[in-house]
Design a protein around this ligand. Structure first.
Ligand code: USQ
Length: 382
């Protein structure tokens, strides 16, 4: 299959490119290095340097024999999107090309505007490019579990049947996001659903929970192929942050009461989920929605797990409850369905002590590079 990955430089984009080529697919990636630029602007940096995309593609090819084609450019510009689609007509597109941070989207007006324009314009350009050059292609869009929020009823997999005054119909499950970033993902879903109805597109929306980890089957022996790994308050996700904090001797930053519960998954499972979605495409005129996570945990449970493993490494981990900079429920019901990817054959890598040790051992190699001042600056939702 010819797969085009939009946002190929990010935490998930590059590992996905390696994984799909290792499984025999033909892959091209596009990125404009937005994440790298925002990190420089906000004075945060990843735990270790990663080479640029051309260099990573060269290293990966010399290691594996697999080729990844690289395009550099801003997909908000129609001429860039057009150039990419004209020179690599894909069977499927994986769309990661979004500003992915909730805290960044809440920083200030400029960051909010960038998040809105980047995320929505690229999704819209993608829809028009598919219609123009490959109307049969399958769009695999990275959505987020955060689109649903934390309602006081069970969360279904994308859709809900509603009976009202004696009649029934099926609707998108209600969305109520907790950040502007998450709200742009709701808008993406709405855009895609509209054009699925208008133009019979094939779309899979992967509602993903927070991802953790940095080791995948493809990068095991070569640090230069590792993902772009942030641990700062803006771009780091919670479990990755906690492991770095444990290594740095920084008390784990649990926000508020710590009862916030989300669906989590290992980066290895993200790769399998995306591949399973690609290899079992949505039908024509179908918006298919999968909830992409393997287990739910509260922030307190994650902190306890990291403490337990950290203590096995004699790190003497402390847990701190900080005043919550976000506006979110800290104690709530959470029961989302997540059977559709398992039905397609997903074999989860669950969060065991061994998994945390594997991440921790890697991070220990970079202990000296951890900048404690990056860990918490209190980016407030207010
Ligand atoms: N949290 C803490 N302490 C921290 C960091 C986070 O208690 O130091 C809490 C947050 O308040 C939140 C939970 O942990 O309740 C998850 O936070 P997160 O920063 O790991 O995840 P989030 O901001 O929701 O965003 C991340 C990714 C985003 C993806 C989303 C999936 O950055 O791209 O879409 O996870 S989900 O959370 O299901 O919407």
């Amino acid at each position: 299959m010819r797969v085009l990955i939009l946002g190929g430089d990010g935490y998930l984009g590059w590992p996905t490119a390696m994984h799909l080529t290792a499984k025999g697919h033909e892959v091209a990636v596009v990125d404009n290095y937005l994440r790298r630029r925002l990190c420089r602007e906000e004075n945060v940096e990843p735990l270790f340097d990663v080479p640029n995309l051309h260099e990573r593609a060269r290293i990966w090819e010399s290691r594996s024999g697999c080729k990844v084609r690289v395009f550099i450019g801003d997909l908000r510009r129609w001429e860039i999107m057009a150039e990419v689609f004209q020179s690599f007509i894909p069977d499927a597109i994986v769309h990661y090309a979004e500003q992915p941070s909730a805290p960044y989207s809440m920083l200030n007006r400029r960051a909010a505007a960038l998040t809105l324009s980047n995320n929505l314009e690229i999704t819209a350009n993608l829809i028009f490019a598919v219609r123009e050059w490959c109307p049969e292609a399958h769009i695999v869009k990275l959505g987020t579990m955060g689109e649903y929020g934390t309602p006081d009823i069970d969360i279904e997999e994308g859709w809900i049947d509603i009976e009202h005054k004696g009649r029934r119909d099926r609707f998108l499950y209600p969305r109520q996001a907790g950040s502007l970033y998450h709200t742009t993902k709701i808008m993406d879903t709405d855009l895609l659903w509209f054009y699925v109805r208008m133009w019979d597109l094939r779309v899979t929306d992967l509602m993903q929970g927070p991802v953790y980890g940095l080791v995948t089957e493809e990068n095991l022996s070569e640090l230069r192929l590792f993902p772009f790994f942030n641990y700062d308050e803006i771009f780091g996700t919670v479990l990755n942050r906690f492991v770095v904090q444990a290594v740095a001797g920084y008390p784990l930053t649990v926000y508020g009461q710590g009862g916030q519960t989300r669906g989590y998954l290992n980066i290895k499972d993200t790769l399998s989920c995306v591949r399973l979605a690609l290899e079992n495409p949505a039908g024509k005129g179908e918006l298919r929605i999968f909830n992409q996570f393997t287990e739910t945990f509260s922030v307190n449970q994650l902190a306890e797990k990291v403490k337990e493993v950290g203590d096995q490494f004699n790190l003497g981990v402390n847990i701190n409850h900080l005043e919550n900079p976000r506006i979110e429920k800290e104690d709530h019901y959470y029961n989302p369905a997540h059977s559709r990817l398992l039905d397609l054959g997903l074999q989860p890598h669950y969060l065991t002590d061994r998994t945390i040790s594997e991440i921790l051992e890697k991070i220990l190699q970079f202990k000296e590079r951890i900048k404690k001042e990056q860990i918490f600056r209190k980016i407030s939702w207010n």
